[in-house]
Design a binder for this molecule. Structure first.
Ligand code: BGC
Length: 359
């Protein structure tokens, strides 16, 4: 008995020495108290809260101080937050922009102060102050959504025609064109052959874009489409939505318009926001793209570390993302889709959500 007690005490002592060592490593791993500014667009959407928290946690674990700011989707607020980060002496900036085209002037200051800038998830346009870009493969997000629709309707074999409406995201977000472009590259051949029928005729990016990715705007547009084109009983079979915040508005409109889980149109999304995953389980959304924010945060921390140490920065794409001043070296993470068949493995077994959060 005494021996066992002694063994336990010894184990605990070893463990505490190890833990002390770890945290000391984290504090002094050569970062010398360097400070990283992290600018996020808004707290309104679940994903950005997760992105921000993950970035802060990962950077602090790596020994950095972190100045994390959310900008309420207000461009001027984000600009002033970045200004403060620059004057406050940040050593690097990680920015998920609200409007990718509005940061040129403030980032000139970063460039003068030799502060490297990583564009997080959304590319920052029209300035050569951006050093790197890290994101999920945005074009692939769209192709996965398009292919999901093709597979669910068995468009290769089915005669159709199936009625479809299209929704994408904010025109000031460079990602939106990649999402929409990827999806349409898959869907256009079926639209051209008549198997898919865009009943409203609204197919151009500008016609189907949703300012600020707003749930309310998407809901309004879906309601208008139902009134204008489907009031005579025409059945809507599919809605392409580039993300979850739009899909949630579309679901609201469809449910108000009388669709139930029994006859619900196929509806795509992106982000695996909790509301959308619940809708997937209830049969009022079909799928969402899973972009594990932990993966992106970890990748960006690797980039920050390499930049700070003057080492080669991990990138895997030097062709796709031209921000108007040239190609920005990029690291692309791979997105996957989640639906009712695989959500458990992807979202729960991986520890992203608990079962309770989805109830
Ligand atoms: C992100 C999406 C997100 C959307 C709205 C895009 O830039 O890539 O994940 O759904 O913004 O916040």
């Amino acid at each position: 008995m005494k021996k066992r007690l002694l063994a336990i005490v010894l184990c605990l002592m070893m463990l505490s020495t190890m833990l002390a060592g770890c945290s000391k490593d984290a504090q002094t791993s050569g970062k010398g108290g360097k400070k990283i500014g992290v600018a996020m667009p808004t707290k309104d959407l679940q994903r950005w809260n997760q992105d921000g928290e993950n970035m802060k946690k990962e950077l602090e674990e790596a020994g950095y101080k972190v100045d994390l700011q959310y900008a309420n989707n207000e461009i001027a607020q984000q600009v002033s937050q970045i200004e403060n980060m620059i004057t406050g002496g940040c050593d690097a900036l990680v920015i998920a922009s609200i409007d990718g085209g509005s940061l040129g002037t403030v980032l000139e200051e970063a460039k003068k102060a030799k502060i490297p800038v990583i564009a997080y998830d959304r590319l920052i346009m029209g300035t050569d102050a951006v050093s790197y870009y890290a994101t999920f493969d945005n074009y692939m997000v769209g192709t996965i959504q398009g292919q999901y629709i093709v597979d669910q309707l068995d468009l290769e074999n089915a005669a159709g025609p199936f009625n479809i409406e299209l929704f994408t995201g904010s025109p000031d977000d460079n990602n939106a064109r990649y999402f929409f472009g990827g999806a349409m590259d898959i869907l256009n051949p079926y639209i051209d052959s008549g198997k898919l029928n865009v009943v409203s005729g609204q197919k151009a990016f500008e016609e189907v874009a949703t300012l600020n990715w707003s749930t309310e705007e998407a809901q309004k547009r879906m309601e208008n489409l139902l009134t204008a084109y489907y009031a005579d009983g025409t059945k809507l079979d599919v809605v392409l939505s580039s993300n979850d915040s739009c899909a949630i508005g579309i679901t609201n409109a469809l449910v108000n318009g009388g669709y139930t889980s029994e006859n619900f149109p196929i509806l795509t999304g992106q982000d695996c926001d909790i509301t959308s995953v619940k809708n997937i389980l209830a049969g009022t959304q079909s799928m969402s793209i899973f972009k594990d924010t932990r993966t992106l945060a970890a990748q960006v921390v690797k980039m920050v570390n390499s930049i700070m140490k003057g080492e080669e920065v991990p990138i895997n794409d030097t062709e796709t993302y031209d921000n108007g001043t040239g190609i920005v070296p990029t690291y692309l993470c791979e997105p996957v889709f989640a639906d009712v068949d695989n959500y458990k493995e992807l979202l729960i077994d991986s520890g992203y959500y608990t079962e309770d959060q989805l109830k």
